[in-house]
Design a protein around this ligand. Sequence first.
Ligand code: NAG
Ligand code: NAG
Length: 432
Amino acid sequence: MTMTAIGLLIAAVAAVGNLGSVSGFHLPHRISKYKTSSSHLAMATTTESSSNNDNILPNADHILFDVPVSNNGARCRIILYKKGISNEQVTILSPAHLGGLKSEEYKKLSPLGLMPCLTLPKHENPSQQYHGGLSSLVESDTIARYLLSKYATIGPSFQPENPKSNLIARMHDMYLTTIQGCLYKPASRLPLGDYPDRKSAIEAYRKNWNIIESFLTDDVAEDATYLCGKEVSLADATLFPSAVFATYMLPKFDSDLDHPEPPLPPKLTRWFDHLRINDSTFTKVYDEIMDTMVNSWENTNHRWDSIRGAGVRDTAPSTIFDLILNGSIPATIVRENEHILAFKDINPLAPAHILLIPKDRNGLTSLRQSTEEHIHILGQLLVMAGEIAKDTSLGFGDGARIVINDGKDGGQEVQHLHVHVLGGRQMESTFG
Ligand SMILES: *[C@@H]1O[C@H](CO)[C@@H](O)[C@H](O)[C@H]1NC(C)=O
Ligand SMILES: *[C@@H]1O[C@H](CO)[C@@H](O)[C@H](O)[C@H]1NC(C)=O
């Protein structure tokens, strides 16, 4: 049987997405490659200590394993730079120095292969070599707080009386960075936790920035320079690196909109611009992160080219379904939710013949274009098809035939994925 959808095809209107670009951005220096140590990081010198990693690690009180682009580790670097902690006290090295995050040598320090990781100094007394059995710390918040207490007498405390600092740092770690992957994870690593798809995760990500905005007073970056007032705090160190990332990535997802949303809400924008431009520590960390993101991730590895919304866009011509979706062509809508529209086929091939389409085509010109990115919408379409197929008020009886025509050979006539649900009579046993 040949499935005829809607015979009418309209002239193509191509919506060409503008691939995101960074403008007005000046790079003062270059970093070689992500995952290798760089000129920003103090270079190690070999010492002749006894066992394991000691052989290849420089002689400093602590080694902080981190790389310049690292969003979480950057808060520790802000603390080190701002306090003026020396290389002899804390030397920063890339995990590449030990063979990378997955190497056996690195896992001796960071069992889960996490970065950043801070080694702890040995006690003089060999019988209690390490602190309570710990030779290193992981998790940037843990490392940051350790550094703040260990070097409490040097430079700013980062711990103002204002409890807002801890609140913002905690909100950041619990709710913001946990979904930040929506901005850079490839389709094969979606969905993200509670969020079925990239778009809803990005929406939640933006909402969390707005919640942090709501904690701020109006004088941020004016009379008060930092998030909690005149004193730099852990909140600034924690939030700033994520703000670098957000201001760089979010506009990519909006670059085909006429009126893109600013990446950060107004008070946070003012705070971010102020630190980025007027505070040399924050300027340095901004440059470290952006250098790797722009030169290595974007320009060399083309990392965003596989991310739907940032690099991958639906630029196929619009179809008659767009006219139905925006009401220019009437249709008998039988069911609808946020993501799906179901309506009667105007050339029905059976007593009951319903079409279901995703409202946002999002690259699904045909089923053959689907990727992991589309798992949620494809599942939703089939669930709704099943609901429709048992709706006797639409003329369905005991069962239905549910069909997707795909491409030319499949008889697909509209280049916007659609599911046919046919019923109300006995279908023939053969296809085609
Ligand atoms: C940087 O500081 C100068 C001088 O205090 C000030 O006029 C300017 O507005 C600041 N820039 C930002 C972006 O906050
Ligand atoms: C409806 O969508 C079509 C195709 O995208 C577009 O050309 C048309 O201007 C839209 N009409 C309205 C009323 O929005």
